[in-house]
Design a protein around this ligand. Structure first.
Ligand SMILES: [Zn+2]
Length: 300
């Protein structure tokens, strides 16, 4: 049976969409002691309602003194934040939620527009991932950064599959970018989060999230694809079927699914790393798997 708190938070998500399903998972983890603090980004009109709902459950809230706005967003819909100028109508309130007032206030006072190392640690993000984010310079591109940081492997732990968030809000863990797809601390957080969900009667949610994180992802020509079906070939390569695949544009932007290469294709990966497309109308198109733009990621 779903816990009373889980019901209350799911209702809050229905009424205030800015409180995402990922936020619901984070607040449950907060209450169960898995996470020290949760950060919510809200429209100022929703702040009072969200605050009173959470405070009635014994949680403490503190708003950061500065308002934030999105200064850059990716084709995937991720936003990067900066302090908003006075009077900006689109400015968001950053509300910190914790089990103790002092923790919420400390987190609210460390806000600097982006997640600073000290705030990252207050939010329960692993040291290694906070340090990796701090090293980033230039235009942020977390998909590429994550791929570059992750050595090629036959299989990656599903618990650190941050890409799964791009396909569904049902995912385990917290909202930060792992240092690599192998980050063991991120895997631990995913497993702890899974237990929290099960303990609150949300086993079906946890199962759905885990299934999504275990689904393989093809990164090719700037598009992230979750193939409908994949298999090992007789010559130890990998093949996947693109027809019916879920896909998200990376760099190439929205509408990539209209690229004729991606519709109704069958893709085969050969042992030498070559990826081959089979299409009746264009024959065979080969792409060498030579850089971060071309990866087939299997999670287990
Ligand atoms: Zn890490």
């Amino acid at each position: 049976m779903t816990s009373h708190l889980a019901d209350l938070l799911l209702n809050l998500h229905d009424r205030v969409p800015a409180v995402s399903l990922a936020n619901v998972v984070e607040i449950l983890a907060l209450v169960d002691g898995v996470k020290p603090c949760v950060r919510l980004l809200l429209d100022s009109r929703d702040e009072g309602f969200v605050r009173s709902t959470l405070e009635a459950r014994g949680l403490y809230c503190a708003a950061s003194p500065k308002r934030l706005r999105v200064h850059a967003s990716t084709a995937l819909g991720d936003g990067y934040l900066e302090p908003a100028p006075e009077g900006d109508p689109d400015a968001r309130v950053e509300l910190m939620v914790a089990r103790e007032q002092i923790a919420a206030e400390r987190a609210a006072s460390t806000q600097s527009g982006l997640v600073s190392p000290s705030l990252g640690l207050l939010l329960g993000y692993p040291h290694c991932c906070v340090a990796a984010q701090e090293r980033q310079t230039g235009v942020p591109d977390w998909v590429r950064d994550l791929l570059v940081a992750t050595p090629r492997a036959h299989i990656y732990p599903f618990g650190a599959n941050r890409f799964a968030y791009l396909f569904s809000e049902h995912a385990l863990g917290f909202d930060y970018y792992p240092c690599t797809l192998n980050c063991s601390r991120t895997v631990d957080i995913a497993l702890s989060t899974r237990k929290v969900l099960v303990d609150h009667g949300l086993a079906a949610f946890a199962d759905r999230a885990e299934a999504g994180m275990r689904a393989p992802i093809l990164v090719l020509r700037g598009v992230l694809v979750r193939p409908a079906r994949w298999w090992r070939t007789a010559d130890a390569g990998t093949a996947c079927q693109l027809a019916g695949a879920d896909m998200r544009g990376w760099k190439v932007g929205r509408g990539a699914e209209d690229d004729p290469v991606w519709s109704s294709s069958t893709v085969e990966r050969l042992p030498d790393g070559t990826i081959r497309f089979h299409r009746p109308d264009i024959g065979v198109l080969e792409v060498a798997e030579g850089d971060v733009d071309n990866r087939f990621l299997v999670f287990g």
